[in-house]
Design a binder for this molecule. Structure first.
Ligand code: NDP
Length: 272
């Protein structure tokens, strides 16, 4: 979903997300990778070979690398969805650069929102942090940093009713409602950043492997997946589905490499 990627090593001028992926695919194909597009409907990880029920039929697999990622949480407003990539973003690290000298807003009251707001101070002229409650979930130190920053203004007890600019195809502002007294107001901004958390895409694995309290895959030895604390032979996970901290294309690519090396070693050790 990312368009311009500015922080992948080796691309000094940046690269478009789809172009980066296309190049990676070509490179893997040169070494014999076979690609098959299918939707995964169900998995059985209690047997080896694992059984994958997909839209293209059943696929048996002696090794499986789960790289299903995490999806940003969205507010769910139609105007927000219409403006994703046109001023609405869930990743300040990816898109903050485009808002140099502009006024933006960040939604959320946790550490992600604080981090996004602080990161955006490098580019934006003003950041308004919008939170639906008076209290914050964020750690004290992050909140203090945000409160002390002259470029950041906090507005609590507000929810976004609509993102303005759908017709113009660029964010022009947000319509806010004060939850305490119902007052509506318009905040003119050029960018809206969602900092309301992520959800790992692990529903179909639940009950078969160890997940943490928020559904991220627990790994040991970097990329080995466990069930009741015991490593599941041949099963690996990499990228955002097991990483809630870094969430960068390059760190995901790095853990993908680790998983691939482990899978190869596993197959070799088992004589395949
Ligand atoms: P959190 O779940 O902690 O916070 C999400 C925030 O978004 C909450 O304030 C919540 O409001 C708000 N929210 C959720 N849904 C909506 C909605 N529909 N409309 C408006 N607001 C909404 O997620 P984070 O991603 O911030 O953090 C997840 C974990 O990662 C935490 O443990 C955090 O400490 C950690 N983290 C640490 C960082 C660091 O140390 N540098 C950086 C980023 C994350 P409400 O409070 O009302 O529920």
């Amino acid at each position: 979903m990312t368009t311009q990627v500015e922080n992948f090593p080796g691309w000094p001028e940046g690269v478009q997300g789809p172009e980066l992926i296309d190049n990676m695919k070509k490179q893997a194909a040169r070494f014999g990778a076979d690609f098959q597009l299918a939707h995964l409907n169900a998995v059985d990880l209690n047997v080896n070979p694992f059984r994958l029920q997909t839209s293209a039929g059943e696929i048996p697999a002696r090794t499986l690398i789960v790289a299903s990622g995490a999806s940003a949480r969205w507010l769910g407003l139609p105007s927000e969805q219409a403006l994703i990539g046109h001023g609405v973003s869930s990743c300040a690290t990816c898109d903050g650069f485009f808002f140099r000298g502009k006024e933006v807003a960040v939604v959320g009251g946790g550490d992600s929102a604080m981090e996004e707001a602080l990161f955006l101070t490098r580019f934006a002229s003003k950041i308004t942090l919008l939170h639906r409650r008076p209290g914050f979930r964020a750690s004290k130190i992050m909140l203090e940093r945000v409160m002390a920053h002259t470029k950041i203004e906090l507005r609590t007890n507000v929810v976004i009713e609509e993102v303005l600019g759908v017709e113009e195809k660029e964010v022009k502002g947000v319509r806010l409602r004060d939850v305490a007294n119902g007052t509506k107001s318009i905040l003119p901004i050029s960018g809206l950043f969602l900092g309301i958390g992520h959800e790992p895409n692990t529903k179909m694995f639940s009950g078969q492997i160890d997940l943490d309290g928020d559904g991220y895959i627990r790994t040991t030895g970097n990329v080995l997946v466990t069930r009741n604390g015991v490593v599941v032979p041949g099963l690996f996970a990499c990228g955002d589905v097991q990483d809630r901290r870094y969430r960068q294309a390059i760190t995901a690519a790095g853990s993908g490499c680790m998983a691939a090396l482990e899978a190869e070693k596993f197959l070799e050790e088992h004589g395949h």
